[in-house]
Design a protein. Structure first.
Length: 258
């Protein structure tokens, strides 16, 4: 997941002034995803996501959790197979938390933490037909999922189940499998079924909700109030992030710790 850090001289829309437009999604459609003529349109959408991500990061910081906001590439490149079908802003652990995790992992295992996909992260993403709000953990961020698995083995499923069920409309997902676990209706049996298949270091984990953006539609994610609601939904995933991801206050990474 290469970061496309915006230049300091790039104009950024104020979060309260952002309105998503049909063109933000159209530029990500299959027919235009490779077309460099739409880079400017995608850059505008990326700036909107950056502003929303920074707004969410500020609200989350007020609650005592420091996360850094980054954005993805808006132009075709080798990293995205020369197609931009998805744009996202993602919030990852800050420098202090990365240093603390490196101290636990050691220099060899902790050397790649600067790559965002090697950390649990909160995500706000645009695709051609939807907006996604999610908590995502790549398979390579094995220490965060191992932290979760160890915590559940020690404490049981109740707290995780209750946090997931507090987000109706979201789905717990396992890697690229077609199965889905509906938040709001999860039982211990369903979560045990999930964990039987889930292997840290081999599988990605996601808790996501997708808001449709059908072509020609009005309202929904195109409504003026939608960006603020998306920020609220993203911030509402913070308790799940804090429960799952490794931190000095939630250290279950190695057996016998925590």
């Amino acid at each position: 997941m290469p970061a496309a850090s915006p230049r300091s001289d790039e104009p950024r829309p104020a979060a309260g002034e952002i309105v998503l437009e049909e063109g933000d999604f159209h530029a990500l459609s299959e027919g235009l995803a490779r077309d460099p003529q739409y880079n400017d349109r995608r850059l505008l959408a990326r700036r909107k996501l950056l502003a929303l991500g920074k707004r969410a990061a500020g609200e989350i910081a007020a609650g005592g959790l420091a996360l850094e906001c980054r954005t993805s590439l808006h132009h075709p490149a080798v990293f995205n197979q020369m197609r931009v079908r998805r744009l996202w802003a993602y919030l990852v652990r800050g420098k202090a938390d990365k240093r603390a995790l490196r101290a636990v992992l050691g220099p060899e295992l902790g050397k790649d933490l600067d790559s965002a996909y090697r950390n649990a992260y909160l995500c706000l993403a645009l695709e051609a037909d939807c907006v996604e709000v999610s908590l995502r953990i790549h398979a390579d961020a094995w220490f965060d999922t191992q932290n979760l698995v160890n915590r559940l083995a020690k404490e049981g499923l109740r707290a995780w189940r209750d946090l997931l069920n507090a987000r109706p409309g979201f789905f717990l997902r396992l890697h690229d499998w077609k199965g889905e676990w509906r938040c709001g209706a999860l039982t211990d049996d369903k979560l045990e079924d999930y964990l039987k298949s889930f292997v840290p270091g081999q599988h990605a984990l996601a808790v996501e909700r997708r808001f449709p953006a059908p072509p020609g539609a009005r309202g929904g994610v195109l409504a003026p109030e939608a960006p603020a609601e998306l920020v609220r939904e993203l911030c509402a995933l913070v308790p799940l992030y804090r429960f799952t991801a490794w931190s000095a206050e939630s250290d279950f990474l190695f057996q016998g710790k925590g």
